[in-house]
Design a protein around this ligand. Sequence first.
Ligand SMILES: [Zn+2]
Length: 210
Amino acid sequence: MMRWTEFAAKEARQTLAAWEARVGAIQLPIAVEDLADLLYLLAIDTTSDLPSTLAGRLYAEQRIIEVRRSDHSQRQRFTIAHEIGHYRLHVIAEGIQQKYDCTTESVRVLDSAEDQAYNLPLPEFTFQKGISNSKSSDLDLRRREIEANTFAAELLMPAHLVEAAVHRDGVDINHLANLFDVSRQAMRYRLEKLLFLPTPNAQMNFFTDL
Ligand SMILES: [Zn+2]
């Protein structure tokens, strides 16, 4: 059975494949604004009008992504990738045509403990495709945020390109963060996930899992 983060990662890889078919070889950093525009006809509005709790917002029907103007550019890039994730995973795949409000806490790279904790079996949602979202449970809402974050990390830091960069230049977080135009923390978590860096407390988790 497919799991939350596997599904999101697979959709991100397919998005990258579509992007590559469109632009030729992928250049770094991933041009998320162009990708949103050319693949999904999503316009980016960098605004100071967002409620203070939100990092970003997707208006699915109007095809607009709003991003907080005062956030630094790497944060904005992650938010845009997260909203593209909602569009691909939840608007297109699940058919939930709505406004997605994404709080500052929910838009972030997952650390490996969370990544594992939330790697739950994907619910059967195809039967409710197109039906109003009014009955979404808290778990559904949480799942969508987790999936959008997984999608964003896979989109901005594609595994094969991170691997190629590490093999060429070594595990240099500053360099890799600059190359992919992501925050150092985002790159650190990604390198842990791809096993180029040890996961903190990995040994402890190993023993408590036994
Ligand atoms: Zn979100």
